[in-house]
Design a binder for this molecule. Sequence first.
Ligand code: GLN
Length: 490
Amino acid sequence: TPGTEKTFFGHPRGMATLFMTEMWERFSWYGMRGILVLYLIAGVLDGPLAGREALAASIYGVYNAVVYMAAMPGGWVADRLWGARKAVLVGGIVIAAGHFTLAIPADVAFFCGLGLIAIGTGLLKPNISAMVGGLYEGQPSARRDAGFTLFYMAINIGGMAAPLVVGYLGENVNWHLGFGVAGVGMTLAVIQYVLGGRHLGDIGKEPGTPASPEEKRAALRKVALWGGIAVVALVADLALGTYDIEHIVNVLAVLGIVVPIVYFVAMYRNPALAKSDKPKIQAFAWFFATAVLFWMIYDQSGSLLTIFADTKTDRMIGGWEFPASWYQSVNPAMVIVLAPIFAALWVKLARRDREPSTPMKFALAMLLIGGSFGIMGLAGAAAANSDTGKVTVFWLLSVYLVQTLGEMCLSPVGLSLSTKLAPKQFVGQIMGLWFLATATGNALNGWTTKLNAPLGDAVYYTMWAVIAVAAGLVFMVAGRKIRALMGDVR
Ligand code: GLN
């Protein structure tokens, strides 16, 4: 019963369990992701360096999109078959198995390992987020937001430590040791999740709307059909000798657009959806579209901005050049500092009845991400005009700071919002949709980042700045309408 249990930083004790699980899951994910491109270039791909780099970047983008796309079926499995509790457990075990598979030094093990991690993350990530929401059932909206801020810190503690530990071991000692360490982290998380399960009460024990046997069969048929089509197409492409990674990039980009549309329409028409919940789905569609654009811009830091970091920033400190990959710890470190400040800020503003509404926060996020790419455009111009072709690290640090400020207005807010707007029987799937926004953004990136080379840094980044700011202004104007759709949700 509430009140009799110890709390975790003033939050329900079950938060500690979910906090630790997510921290290690993100440690393993960001650790693996941090060395993925480097390992592909050094150890898996053949051919000249430039070709390997381009291919590695494509595989990286495709893989990100696949992993985040897997959150949709992952949410469905929790809502309709297993309940979130079991989905997270199975997901964690599959992820750990994936990292241990990567630890085996063989190419085929490498691709199997990536597949396992995608499946496991699809099962774990949306459903653990939904369970966090479950801890705050019936509690005030601001408290739920604060809970998600704490959870967001877990994500970023894992995300900050990972490149340092896994990156160091992978790059300097042995790639496979790096992958193996990520697996150990995930295993610890699973053990801890099982032991800490008693603090979670009944959360996620049952599926929201269990699927009937016919529905299960129909779902299985659909999976077999589409999976079969994908495999046949791929095999034919390979057999004809026409295969190119571009084909997968294109298919994913199209899926990234089609899947959310189909899903929104299906959910909207679902007879299980109460009439009164329909406007909430409409409101969610607005947030979704904005989030796609946000992540589309934001996630270029893993690709284009990292290449900029590598080739166009001066990383010398007293005669020693720090690795470009260390930039990957900058954003999580900033989040750890900024998340509690933002949480306190919202509470303080709320007390004076001046907390910005969720649509307003999303609009702010777009203005900030636009601002960050505005700075990036200036950095590009500065690099182009410098004698050495390089600029100081402070350019990228300011870009990341402004980007992180934007992230604080959108990402934890969006997680919390998704659990609030979701009709209870759809919570896993709405969470899946939230992560699908990241997948769609990354999938579309496969196309748009190609403009960087022909346009040049200054024009390319300024173009994104203008688009983002325009989107932010539109969202601000539409804010009142969106708030009306949200009903009692704040
Ligand atoms: N960095 C956050 C995480 O790993 C947000 C990722 C996202 O939603 N795109 O959870």
